[in-house]
Design a protein around this ligand. Structure first.
Ligand code: FE2
Length: 277
């Protein structure tokens, strides 16, 4: 199948499980010193990467769920690649609303980063979807993407499926953020709910951690490596909680265990006076 890679497990654990690192919403700029709402995003990403390295955890690959860039520039993607490569793990990505997907597809291979969209690892497959509508914050999934997802599910009936995308497909209880969700989420959810192999929908975008289950599908979102948004806020609101990352461990029986880690909240404090994003 087009865009499909099979990644063999480095070390097969006794129980057949493996772990993935999720990184999201790095929001890097062409210039290292530029700030997003008061936070130097290159510095916060660097601190996250250093903390991950220090943890010395065993994981197979890195999934990056969009908004790698804040300014759509090739320099920001080169910065991302330069920073993530030292982790020495396979990296897979998808575009967010702040990204230039075609530009990423040109630049990432220069750094040996795959643009694969269907990744098979052990008993699982990960499908990386594009829900970007260029230069607007909300998402939309096109029929071609839904067809691609269905093709992946049909092609690998023996694999548990993780749908990865940037935009949230569930309401957060934050009115200002909910308007930026995947607008036609029902079309994606129909596919997810009607295929029992779909176990998880994993997203970024909301700069908040969520984890719940509905109709047999788990929904997980993850923190940004830069700024965080407050939970349950009607209007735009920044949170003082620290930048974060997530590990997800996948088991052959379809079970998923996950944990979020964060930097200390005093290290990268946003400018709370700024009233918009
Ligand atoms: Fe973002």
């Amino acid at each position: 199948m087009e865009d499909c890679v099979v990644q063999h497990l480095d070390k097969i654990s006794k129980d057949g499980s493996f772990t993935i690192l999720q990184i999201s919403d790095t929001h890097l700029f062409s210039r290292a010193d530029d700030k997003l709402l008061g936070v130097k995003t290159a510095d916060s990403f660097d601190a996250v990467l250093k903390a991950i390295t220090k943890q010395n955890r065993d994981y197979e690959a890195i999934l990056v769920t969009g908004d790698l860039s804040q300014d759509y520039t090739s320099e920001s993607y080169r910065r991302f690649a330069d920073m993530i490569i030292p982790l020495q793990k396979p990296v897979y990505w998808l575009p967010g609303n702040h990204d230039d997907g075609p530009l990423m597809r040109r630049i990432m291979p220069e750094f040996g980063i795959s643009s694969a969209r269907n990744i098979i690892i052990g008993d699982w497959q990960f499908v990386m979807l594009n829900t970007q509508v260029y230069s607007v914050p909300h998402g939309w999934i096109l029929p071609d993407e839904l067809n691609y997802l269905q093709e992946c599910i049909i092609s690998h009936p023996d694999k548990h499926t993780v749908i990865c995308l940037h935009h949230n497909t569930f309401e957060l209880g934050s009115a200002w953020l909910d308007q930026h969700e995947l607008k036609n989420k029902e079309e994606l959810l129909n596919v997810a709910y009607s295929n029992k192999n779909v176990k998880l929908i994993l997203c970024g975008h909301v700069h908040q951690e969520h984890d719940f289950e509905k109709n047999g599908v788990r929904f997980i979102s993850s923190p940004s490596t830069s700024i965080q948004f407050s939970l349950n806020s009607y209007n735009f609101s920044l949170d003082s909680i620290g930048p974060g990352w997530r590990y997800l461990t996948f088991y052959p029986n379809g079970e998923i265990k996950t944990e979020v880690h964060r930097l200390d909240k005093d290290l990268f404090v946003p400018d709370f006076k700024i009233g918009g994003y």
